[in-house]
Write a protein that binds this ligand. Structure first.
Ligand code: ADP
Ligand code: MG
Length: 508
């Protein structure tokens, strides 16, 4: 037996022993892996002429055996070699998450959040299973291998049989206890419900044998008093709707469906703060569905964080995270762009110079900006919370763009007003400014409380001018990059007056 790596083991412990109750997501995770595997094979077939494949054959199958207490999730995707089984299932996927986890475990003492931040993945199966067996055959290989584990110490890998390429994940469910009943997962109804709820938009059919009833044919010699008889039979049904949510009209989709789609596809356990949909027709036709998370992912401010939107061409994934679709200062936005006008076998290099993509990116940026402005106007409390999560990135973006992004970001930033004792925008600062004032004053330091007491600040306040107190390290650079804020004249909104930003000084 091979032992799990320490970090994997810790995550497994958390997963199995945590108070986290939303166990049912294990199926979503396994189906999403199956769908990824099918995607990979399909994608290969587009770029590799040796792979002959028809899209109709690709499917995910979910089955269960009540007697054996097993659930099996099968796909005919790309499969895994022996090495890949070892590497992909023996180690936690996100290698740098361990440090984060221990840091945060102490700070938050909150298992739920930690698990939520991971996108749990394959290991979530151990929340419901006492044993997991993965039988896989890599595409193009004639060997199959079985990975097996009880999720405690380690795993084994042994030779196995599988007729075709693809993967079966076989979960042996835990025994029921007084508190926990796993039997709902061993029923057609229970599994169907989970598939519809969590995996409805998976692009490939998720099939199940379902039992149905039908009337038996009427015997020829049936008399007048014949009563119809019924029989049950089983049939393979596709459970998910597959129609991508972004292709549907916004008015036909409920908030709940959007939220579920977001959580399933972007591995978040919280609903998004904002959902923005965009349909464009004309020279360039595309749909976009964008989400602002309600909290920052754990690695947002790490150098490994990758921004980007998923890019599809006619429902087929081209790229998981297309960076060029998002400016750095909106790196927190998750979502997808789907355009029938993009070709599938577009490479990363050509994408960068793709003018269609640039046009989409510009529109996406505008749309995010206007949605955030709307957010700020209509739901101040929500926006302030959003800003706590993502404001730093926007300020940083202003700085790294050397101020060129100030038209986009200038109205989205919040700073603490010494006078009003709350977070305000530049616009609000100007609106509340004293007569004759034409400068925006700010101070920098570590603590808002201490800055408020500084003589340089109280002096300015005494003159009737407000001072924005900037405690974050990025603030000073951000203010310098911003340098001024353009204010429309009351009489003639087309003519702008630039209010310079002036640092009155600071703590340091
Ligand atoms: P993630 O999906 O976020 O990468 P997971 O823990 O869910 O993390 O899965 C780990 C890895 O195992 C995947 O990245 C993939 O390489 C591999 N894997 C899991 N399930 C399958 C499958 N059904 N077919 C092929 N590879 C799989
Ligand atoms: Mg996964």
């Amino acid at each position: 037996m091979k032992k799990f790596k320490t970090e994997s083991k810790k995550l497994l412990d958390l997963m199995i022993n945590s108070i986290y109750t939303n166990r049912e997501i294990f199926l979503r995770e396994l189906i999403s892996n199956a769908s990824d595997a099918v995607d990979k094979l399909y994608f290969k077939s587009l770029t590799d002429s040796d792979v002959q494949l028809s899209k109709d054959e690709l499917a995910i199958h979910v089955g269960f055996d009540e007697g054996a207490r097993t659930i099996t999730i099968s796909d005919n995707g790309i499969g895994m070699t022996k090495d890949e089984l070892d590497k992909n299932l023996g180690t936690i996927a996100h290698s740098d998450s361990q440090a984060f986890k221990t840091d945060n475990a102490e700070q938050q003492g909150d298992d739920i959040d930690i698990i939520g931040q991971f996108g749990v993945g394959f290991y979530s199966s151990f929340m419901v299973a006492s044993k997991v067996r993965v039988v896989s055959r890599a595409f193009g290989s004639d060997e199959a291998w079985a990975w097996e584990s009880d999720g405690v110490e380690g795993y084994t890998i042994a030779e196995a049989e599988r007729a075709e390429h693809g993967t079966d994940v076989i979960l042996t469910l835990k025994e029921n206890t007084d508190e926990d009943n796993y039997d709902t997962y061993l029923s057609e109804y229970g599994l169907k419900d989970l598939i519809k709820r969590y995996s409805n938009y998976v692009r490939y059919p998720i099939q199940m044998e379902v039992s149905k009833t039908r009337e038996k044919p009427k015997p020829e010699d049936a008399g007048d008093d014949y009563k119809p008889e019924y029989e049950t039979y089983t049939e393979t049904d596709t459970i998910n709707s597959m129609i991508p949510i972004w292709k549907r009209k916004k008015s036909d989709v409920t908030d709940e469906e959007y939220n579920e789609f977001y959580k399933t596809n972007f591995h978040d356990f919280a609903d998004p703060a904002r959902t923005v949909s965009l349909h464009a027709e004309g020279a360039l036709t595309y749909d976009a569905l964008l989400f602002v998370p309600s909290r920052a992912p754990y690695d947002l401010y790490s150098k490994d964080f990758k921004k980007g939107l998923a890019l599809y061409s006619s429902n087929v994934l081209i790229m998981d995270k297309c960076e060029d679709l998002l400016p750095d200062y909106f790196n927190f936005v998750r979502g997808i762009v789907d355009s029938q006008d993009l070709t599938l076998n577009i490479s990363r290099e050509t994408l960068q110079h793709n003018s269609q993509l640039k046009a989409i990116a510009r529109r996406v940026e505008k749309k995010i900006k206007s949605d955030l402005e709307n957010f700020l106007e209509k739901d101040r409390e929500g926006y302030e919370k959003f800003f706590e999560n993502f404001g730093r990135g926007m300020k940083y973006g202003l700085y790294t763009s050397y101020g060129t992004a100030k038209d986009v970001l200038g109205d989205l930033l919040l700073f603490y007003s010494a006078k009003q004792k709350k977070m305000i925008t530049f616009k609000e600062y100007v609106k509340a400014a004293a007569d004759g004032q034409e400068t925006i004053y700010y101070a920098t330091g570590d603590s808002v409380e201490r800055m408020a007491q500084l003589p340089i600040v109280t002096t300015v306040l005494a003159k009737g001018y407000d001072v924005l107190l900037c405690p974050e390290d990025v603030d000073e650079f951000c203010m310098m990059a911003m340098s001024d804020y353009a204010v429309p004249d009351a009489a003639d909104p087309d003519s702008l007056t630039a209010w310079p930003l002036k640092n009155v000084g600071g703590e340091n």
